[in-house]
Write a protein that binds this ligand. Structure first.
Ligand SMILES: [Zn+2]
Length: 423
């Protein structure tokens, strides 16, 4: 954690702003710039927490902010404590505490007993640029608050970042949702993470969402979510090119667009477009791409030296092979379209399911054409398994979509994400 002060910029500033706003301070616009208003909010927070009110977020202040960012605190039972009293102090509920501490007996607390106290605020903030580090912390926070979810690692990126997956449910009907094959399309990570949080919360509370009984989905199906397939690319887009990056010189050369990485980079950190790196008419795509000038590493559309050349692709492929997915969704952003077929290999029910997805999302159902129709994840899945696989393009306008579109995107896709688990 670097020290943040007046003039600091970046996604880490943004998440602090979003947090301060969530807990009742006024940092001004959530723009990732630590300006005077944000500094004043930090000072007010420091005053209320017996910290030196200097407006600088160093180790001391961060230590107090961190549990709030994680969404929970660790608490040791004091003489006379009750869960009701603790819940009141933390602006949370007894139910949330019981969920995070399976087996706890509210009537038999032991002095010195260590418990987890989830705060009354949500973990996943959808007002911030969603970096790998924010996702990683949120996954940890969700896992602690909702111990019934399972978290694992499907592989590593080129730069060694974990390709985390989350498992929701215990049922035999397995489905797989993934996001951010493309770096600019990180808003799909926020979408899948927010869905994970809302689904877990509803399960803990025995609630339904949009008329779908979450507990019965949990028992009937297992939803695997790999929110960020391309973490190196996402961080390049959101945090810029770090001089310590082992591909520093190459990346500057590969990005020959004259535009910053934050505006154009879709590939992984070796300039390979992961969603053209799957072994599904890869050679056909490669020849087309060469004609169009995508014959070497670059911001987008370069399919790599051979199919599955990239560790991210290989991880998703072996994750898929190690499960028995009845259906997959690959989330992308741009166009409000659902693509469903590949070389007419999709089963007959795929169109009908696609039509249902279109109906609940308001998106258009389409068959891909041109270069979009080769060597993507859903193409490979349909080719290998002859089961329903979809590329879902969320949002409108030019990538990267502004986070201000999040609420609309979530609203369009929540029912689709529930339906895909039971259809
Ligand atoms: Zn995409």
């Amino acid at each position: 954690m670097r020290t943040l002060k007046l003039g600091s910029r970046g996604p880490d500033v943004m998440e602090i702003q979003a947090l301060l706003k969530k807990i009742g301070y006024n940092p001004g616009p959530i723009d990732g710039i630590l300006g005077r208003q944000t500094r004043q909010a930090v000072i007010n927070f420091q005053r209320n927490n017996e910290l030196v009110p200097d407006g600088i977020i160093g180790p001391q202040t961060y230590r107090v902010l961190e549990p709030l960012l994680m969404g929970y605190d660790t608490y040791y039972i004091q003489p006379g404590d009750t869960l009701w009293e603790i819940a009141r102090k933390y602006y949370t509920t007894v139910q949330r505490i019981v969920t995070a501490n399976p087996g706890i007996n509210p009537y038999q607390l032991r002095i010195g007993q260590k418990i987890i106290v989830p705060y009354g605020i949500d973990v996943v903030d959808t007002n911030v640029e969603y970096t790998y580090e924010i996702m990683e912390r949120d996954i940890r926070g969700l896992k602690v608050r909702y111990p019934f979810i399972e978290v694992g690692v499907a592989g590593q990126s080129v730069l060694g970042k974990n390709l985390y997956y989350i498992k929701l449910g215990e049922g035999p009907n397995q489905v797989f949702y993934n996001g951010a094959h493309h770096a600019l399309e990180w808003i799909t990570v926020s979408l899948l993470m927010k869905f994970t949080e809302n689904f877990s919360k509803a399960y803990a509370e025995g609630r339904s969402i949009r008329g779908y009984d979450v507990e019965s989905i949990w028992n009937q199906s297992t939803i695997y979510i790999l929110p960020m397939v391309n973490p190196d690319g996402v961080n390049l887009v959101l945090k810029g090119l770090d001089p310590s990056n082992p591909y520093y010189d190459e990346l500057l050369r590969w990005n020959d667009t004259g535009l910053p990485f934050s505006q154009v980079w879709q590939a992984n950190i070796r300039g390979v477009d992961i969603n053209h790196n799957y072994n599904a008419l890869w050679q056909t795509y490669k020849e087309l791409a060469e004609e169009l000038g995508f014959d070497e590493p670059g911001p987008y559309r370069y399919p790599g030296p051979y199919p599955e050349s990239e560790p991210e692709t290989r991880a998703v492929v072996s994750f898929t092979r190690n499960h028995n997915f009845r259906l997959v969704l690959a989330y992308h952003s741009q166009g409000q379209v659902i693509y469903w077929n590949f070389q007419n290999l999709a089963p007959p029910e795929a169109r009908r399911i696609g039509e249902m997805f279109a109906a609940v999302s308001g998106y258009v159902l389409a068959e891909p054409f041109g270069t979009a129709s080769y060597s993507g994840y859903k193409d490979w899945f349909i080719q290998e398994y002859r089961r329903p696989g979809y590329t879902i393009e969320v949002g409108r306008g030019r990538n990267p979509l502004p986070i201000s579109q999040f609420d609309m995107i979530y609203n369009n896709n929540e029912e689709l994400l529930l339906l895909a688990a039971v259809v």
